[in-house]
Ligand binder design. Structure first.
Ligand code: 1CP
Length: 336
């Protein structure tokens, strides 16, 4: 059993380290592949290259888990919505056609994502047994943000767009959640052993809607994972003290902290759950000593409970890979 799974399933306090967005943007070996593959969705659907990119950070840093190189937006893509990645604007999705969306069958959906499952199969064979292979999905709300183009900025939602689309959102929410469960199951069947559910935009949900758009959909997916015995990690980024309520209602195996969550608060309030991450990825852009000081705070705060070392958000594109190497070395020495 992989270290990560031992922590999530048996709550063993063994060491385990990986990084969100460890495969991609900041690695020169990724950039080389990316420069020759200008369509990002096509790159995600190239099983051989996706597997190669997944393994790049493992080869460089010998970390404990690989996360499959893919994207949360492959789900709307597989449900018939065109996805474009433009350099300066990030992802842009064509207008959602609700009738077309509701017409999707599970078979059609799974068939379109077959290359992702193939990439997982190839990667599992190449990965040492003790290493974990993490699959992931975007939580329904975070996908809805992109599917309905609701985000005004990184902190704010376009309330007008939300109100205009509320009926359609409620109409597709349940079906979207079912497709996400299918995608999780397919990834596990292909050889992944853990799933992480990214609710990256949970922090901009209006307070009055947090139950409906965050707790309930995440809980539905976590219940599915429990029924299927799939270890799961939730990441409701930006919800501040509502992490406590989220944990009580959703009950995931593990929860990823964001940089705004105080480690001692988390240790006290987030019980019956494995903690993961928290360190601000921006600290990897600072001097070595500052990075080590900040990392030590997390390692020290959680030294006597099961804790998976990770960040409070993904590695930034401008991160120097040598900094990541230094952090991994420090972690290995700290934990013996
Ligand atoms: O241009 C490029 O080279 C593409 C950059 C890139 C990469 C490397 C994107 C575009 N996605 C990915 C891969 C990816 N995305 C992974 C696998 C690699 C790994 O983690 O090691 C994962 C787990 C994701 C997840 C993802 N995609 C999230 C959730 C996590 C998070 O960072 O919040 C989100 C929100 C996306 C959407 C997305 N994909 C890419 C971009 C630029 C964005 C938008 C982010 C935003 O709106 O700010």
């Amino acid at each position: 059993m992989s270290n990560l799974k031992k922590i999530l399933v048996n709550k063993h306090s063994c060491k385990s380290i990986w990084f969100m967005r460890q495969a991609g943007r900041y690695l020169p070996e990724f950039r080389e592949i990316r420069s020759k593959n200008t369509n990002f969705i096509d790159l995600c659907l190239n099983s051989k290259l996706s597997s190669e990119i997944t393994l790049q950070p493992i080869k460089r840093f010998d970390i404990d888990s690989a996360i499959i190189f893919s994207d949360i937006l492959l789900v709307p893509y597989a449900l018939g919505q065109n996805v474009n990645f433009s350099k300066n604007y990030g992802p842009k999705l064509d207008k959602l056609n609700i009738d077309k969306f509701l017409d999707n069958s599970e078979e059609m959906f799974s068939r379109k994502l077959e290359p992702v499952y193939k990439a997982i199969e190839i990667t599992r064979v190449k990965l040492e047994k003790k290493k974990s292979l993490i699959s992931f999905v975007g939580a329904p709300w975070t996908l809805i943000i992109y599917m309905f183009n609701l985000k005004e900025s990184s902190k704010e939602i376009n309330n007008e767009a939300l109100n205009d689309n509320i009926k359609s959102i409620n109409k597709i929410l349940e079906k979207l959640t079912n497709f996400l469960c299918t995608h999780i199951k397919n990834q596990i069947n292909a050889g992944a052993d853990v799933v992480q559910i990214f609710d990256s935009w949970a922090g901009i949900i209006p307070k009055k809607n947090i139950d409906e758009y965050c707790y309930k959909p995440n809980a539905k997916i976590v219940d599915f994972c429990k029924k299927e015995k799939i270890p799961c990690i939730c990441f409701p980024k930006g919800i501040m003290e509502d992490y406590e309520e989220f944990n009580k209602i959703v009950k995931p195996d593990a929860i990823n902290l964001d940089p705004l969550i105080n480690p001692s608060w988390a240790k006290k309030k987030l019980t019956n759950v494995v903690l993961q991450g928290g360190l601000d990825p921006k600290i990897l852009l600072q001097k070595d000593d500052d990075m080590i000081d900040a990392a030590t705070k997390y390692m020290y705060a959680f030294k006597d409970i099961p804790y998976v070392f990770n960040l409070g958000h993904g590695l930034l594109p401008e991160t120097d890979p040598d900094k990541v190497k230094k952090l991994v070395n420090f972690y290995r020495n700290f934990n013996g």
